[in-house]
Design a protein around this ligand. Structure first.
Ligand code: SAM
Length: 206
């Protein structure tokens, strides 16, 4: 891995560990709430194996997961990532991290409420279809994100979601998400039990 990328990832991992130690003494808005490094590595391998070219992320924060995705796409011509975030301060932080990692040219950050941005994307003339969509914003709206994302996903593409099994406070919401996803006959879905638990859903038909 490029040294600039691994340096930024290591710094954000250190920040995440410090936040977990400090607990509630930092506000939720200030926390970066990253995926774990194992999950980052998992998606990096998955993106490389599936030769993904177009990625859509819902919930950027400081850009930790985005950088793992960008590393996977780095050598693929015309590949790109759109990442959505509604906190302007986090967008600024993420943009600095993308610059420092040397992968900023692959990433388009979109500011706004994720449901609004998904709606705008669906009406754009370019009609980009994505190979991989990652859901990692407010847990209460995972089902709405799934429904708004599915039409934007290529057949054979993946919608993945974080925090399926952990933290436990989200378990009820995630149960409802899984029930919703698994009742959709156009997809097949499986929970991968690494760290916070990832739901990997493949779209089988338009
Ligand atoms: C768990 S963090 C994302 C972490 C990031 N994916 C990573 O692993 O590095 C969730 C982010 O989603 C953002 N968010 C929450 N609700 C949102 C919404 N309705 N629209 C857009 N972004 C939202 C939060 O501000 C926060 O930065």
């Amino acid at each position: 891995m490029d040294r600039k990328i691994s340096k930024v990832l290591a710094r954000l991992e250190k920040q995440e560990r410090a936040e977990l130690r400090k607990g509630d003494s930092i506000s939720n808005l200030q926390k970066i709430h990253t995926i774990t490094s194992k999950i980052g590595r998992f998606y990096n391998v998955l993106l490389k194996a599936t030769k993904a070219k177009t990625v859509l992320e819902i919930g950027t924060s400081a850009g930790y997961s985005t950088i793992w995705f960008a590393e996977a796409l780095q050598k693929i011509p015309k590949s790109k990532i759109i990442t959505i975030e509604n906190n302007p301060e986090k967008i600024q932080i993420a943009k600095r991290n993308f610059e420092e990692s040397g992968i900023a040219d692959k990433i388009e950050t979109r500011f706004g409420d994720a449901l609004d941005v998904l709606e705008w994307i669906s009406h754009e003339p370019k009609k980009t279809k994505f190979d991989f969509i990652f859901i990692d914003a407010d847990k209460e709206r995972y089902i709405q994100y799934f429904d708004a994302s599915l039409p934007l996903l290529k057949v054979g593409g993946l919608i993945c979601a974080d925090n399926i099994t952990y933290p436990k406070k989200f378990n009820n919401l995630m149960r409802a998400y899984l029930k919703h996803v698994r009742s959709n006959r156009k997809v097949i879905s499986v929970t991968v039990p690494i760290d916070n638990g990832e739901e990997i859903t493949i779209k089988l038909e338009p």
